[in-house]
Ligand binder design. Structure first.
Ligand code: SF4
Length: 309
């Protein structure tokens, strides 16, 4: 069942979903059995609110002590929060956890990530997913609204992250947003990351290697629903007011206030302020475009964070 449409909201918001800000379901995707099922978000919310609290609770419930990073029992638990997809500034990020291999022995690790993926997953009707088991074949996961498929990834395996993003976009179109791994993750490099289409990364813990150990190359998602806030008018009002410079968190200094530091980047390359995720007015990322790259076919769009200066 799809999440609701924004046009339905003023008519009957109560009927759209029980938990405002949430879709109400979490996907469980087992790569060993290839089974897909759902669990209800309200078994955790509102006792546990936000992506980070949910991943911790689910991890505590489901991953046994002593599990190794590359064991079949390790799970990659990914969760949105109630602000994801609502347009609330700084609300588009999401969180994940697993036993990470970057330290020996592997230990519980969590991280958070920007990008369009989280919002698209909400629009598809999921608050998050649990990826468990291991696939013998190389696979990727495709989520389109409530349909979840586990598909062969032999044609993607071996590609770098930007190549993989492009291949998925060529196949399914720009509306699909993906998280992918590159050769480092495939080869179980213990610091390998998972990246989004705008180069946000789960860059700590070695989550890319966890995906590689599960035979998982990518997750791509597109949804046509929306997220129900409890009071749409109040949300619009708050958002408009938060656009005012005086409402910006004071420690975040912006390029338009600072000028652009950075030696040759300052002179040679196009740059601008961008938000890491949809709807955020803080734009704390500096995007430096078409910089030098180790790969001839792949100019670097270099993103830096310019806060806490
Ligand atoms: S652009 Fe900056 S403030 Fe906005 S969500 Fe991303 S990291 Fe947070």
């Amino acid at each position: 069942m799809l999440n609701y449409k924004i046009a339905d909201l003023p008519k009957n918001p109560e009927n759209t979903q029980k938990l405002y800000g949430y879709c109400g379901k979490i996907a469980r995707i087992n790569l060993t059995t290839k089974e897909v099922s759902t669990l209800s978000t309200d078994q955790y919310v509102p006792k546990y609110v936000g992506g980070r609290m949910l991943i911790h609770r689910i991890f505590w419930d489901e991953v046994a002590p002593g599990t190794g990073a590359f064991d079949e029992g390790n799970k990659f638990i990914y969760m949105n929060g109630p602000t994801t997809g609502t347009g609330i500034p700084a609300g588009g990020r999401s969180a994940a956890c697993a036993i990470g291999p970057s330290v020996l022995p592997g230990q519980f690790t969590f991280g958070n990530i920007g990008g369009w993926f989280a919002t698209e997953l909400k629009y598809a009707g999921y608050d998050g997913f649990i990826i468990e088991g291991k696939s013998k074949e190389h696979v990727y996961i495709k989520i389109e609204d409530d349909k979840i498929e586990i598909l062969p990834a032999d044609d993607l395996w071996g590609m770098r992250v930007h190549q993989t993003q492009k291949a998925l976009e060529d196949k399914y179109g720009h509306a699909f947003k993906s998280m992918v791994i590159g050769p480092a993750g495939e080869n179980l490099v213990r610091i390998a990351s998972i990246t989004t289409s705008n180069d946000c990364a789960f860059a700590k813990g070695g989550f890319g290697a966890v995906w590689g150990s599960k035979g998982l190359k990518a997750v791509t998602v597109h949804g046509t629903g929306m997220v129900a806030p409890a009071d749409l008018e109040k949300l619009k009002y708050l958002r408009l007011n938060m656009n005012h410079p005086s409402m910006r968190p004071s420690p975040i200094l912006h390029l338009d206030q600072l000028g652009v530091p950075g030696g040759e980047f300052e002179v040679k390359y196009d740059r601008g302020n961008v938000a890491c995720s949809p709807g955020c007015n803080q734009r704390c990322n500096a995007l430096l475009m078409n910089g030098p790259s180790a790969f001839e076919d792949e100019p670097v769009n270099h993103i830096e964070k310019w806060f806490w200066k």
